[in-house]
Design a protein around this ligand. Structure first.
Ligand code: AMP
Length: 415
């Protein structure tokens, strides 16, 4: 199949050609004609499947037609997405696909001052990409009116609910016109997502591509089993492989991500972290460096990594094994995207071995174990009693730490 067969107008076809897209991905092949025909969509697709173009191209085309027919400019397409990075990326994609049209678009997200975003809105926008919090904020201040929305896209709905945006979404839904086209995308379809989709969609076309339980064919997976105390050294060992050009390393926690970066720097490996505690401009700067190939190792938490779309990324490393198997599939979906080859390397400490079993159940295969391992796993997972003891000990240490901090502060003040 070719893009030419999907009913896409020439200005967009030209832009796709310039971008180097030759054939539509499966979700594009199915969704684009249906959306152009005005249908609602329930898309079960993760990032990496080409879903952004699947909803962005028809939206641009719809608005382009309206502009040609002399309709006045107002926000006619709204795309809601959970994270700032993803919002920025969707807006960049729209810029690429819409470059030969008069369609105006912008992106708004929190964590930065609002005045530039407000100015752009005041200059007139056809497509708005937004994260929920900032959107509601600007609506409440009277800068945005959703009364003219014709196409509504809810992207990464499952992540949206995981991040606690359900109330924001419900508020937004009340502000949207009833008469509209809605496109709903989610990587997974648990009951709460299906229920939400029913409240939003009307007689949707259901499209499912690469279900979350199957990992991309182009992706090779492997795992090291090691001890907690040897994980970081093992990471350094893995990074010695010159075939690893650039790599995204996942850490479960923000604190953990910073610790990994500090350790790698000590070992003279250039690395930077991206997570929710970093300022927005810092996050963008690091991401830009990484995308431009100026940074070899990017360490990210799951939320920050959502939507990081790096075209040539071949390697991801799971420094922590996620306790939800689906998160693993999301993570490794960062590499080997849109037909490119990819390698996902995981490092498991004894306490995480059980999570690996869950992942293997979900993906339906065993992850090959790397035998050439200078730090093999020798420790055993803790028994339930040991875990209880350890948790008590952690609690005790935490209390001691805060007590000391308070004491030190008091001494400083009294001095
Ligand atoms: P997405 O799932 O929308 O985040 O897209 C994943 C990646 O695939 C992005 O880097 C897109 O630029 C790229 N992509 C999307 N559609 C195509 C296509 N038809 N051919 C080649 N690459 C594509």
């Amino acid at each position: 199949m070719k893009f030419e067969h999907l009913g896409i107008i020439d200005p967009i076809l030209e832009a796709l050609k310039d971008k180097g897209y030759v054939t539509p991905t499966p979700i594009q092949g199915e969704a684009i004609p249906a959306v152009l025909a005005g249908q609602d969509i329930l898309g079960c697709a993760q990032t990496g499947t080409g879903k952004t173009a699947a909803f962005a191209i028809p939206a641009i085309q719809h608005i382009h037609r309206g502009i040609e027919e002399g309709e006045r400019r107002c926000i006619r397409a709204l795309i809601i997405t959970p994270t700032r990075e993803l919002a920025i990326q969707i807006d960049e994609n729209i810029r690429t696909y819409a470059k030969n049209t008069q369609v105006k678009h912008t992106v708004i997200f929190g964590g930065v001052k609002q005045h530039t975003q407000v100015r752009k809105l005041q200059n007139g926008v056809d497509i708005l990409v937004a994260t929920p919090g900032r959107l509601l904020d600007l609506i409440n201040q009277g800068y945005i009116d959703l009364g003219s929305i014709e196409v509504f896209v809810l992207d990464e709905a499952d992540r949206m609910l995981d991040m606690g945006f359900i109330n924001d979404i419900r508020k937004l839904l009340k502000l949207l016109p009833r008469q509209r086209q809605s496109l709903f995308f989610s990587a997974t379809m648990p009951d709460n997502i299906v229920k939400l989709s029913r409240d939003i969609l009307r007689n949707p076309k259901k499209i499912e591509v690469t279900p979350v339980s199957s990992t991309a064919d182009t992706l090779e997976q492997a795992i090291y089993y090691t001890n907690k105390s040897t994980k970081r050294n093992l990471l350094v060992h893995v990074l010695k492989n010159p075939e690893i050009d650039q790599v995204l390393v996942f850490s479960r926690t923000k604190h953990g991500a910073d610790k990994i970066v500090r350790f790698l720097k000590q070992k003279h490996i250039a690395a930077a972290a991206i997570h929710g505690d970093k300022a927005q401009n810092q996050r963008q700067k690091v991401l830009k460096q990484f995308k431009e190939g100026k940074l070899r190792v990017l360490v990210a938490t799951d939320i920050a990594s959502r939507g990081i779309d790096i075209n040539q990324l071949e390697h991801v490393i799971n420094f922590d094994i996620p306790n939800e198997a689906e998160t693993y599939v999301h993570r490794i979906g960062r590499s080997g995207r849109a037909g490119k080859s990819g390698y996902a390397i995981s490092i498991s400490e004894p306490e995480e071995n059980a999570y690996v079993r869950d992942i293997e159940k979900l993906i339906g295969k065993k992850i090959p174990v790397i035998q050439d391992n200078p730090f093999p796993q020798t420790d055993k997972p803790m028994t339930a009693a040991e875990k209880k003891e350890w948790n008590k000990e952690k609690q005790r240490r935490k209390q001691e730490y805060f007590a000391n901090r308070k004491k030190n502060r008091n001494t400083r003040i009294s001095r």
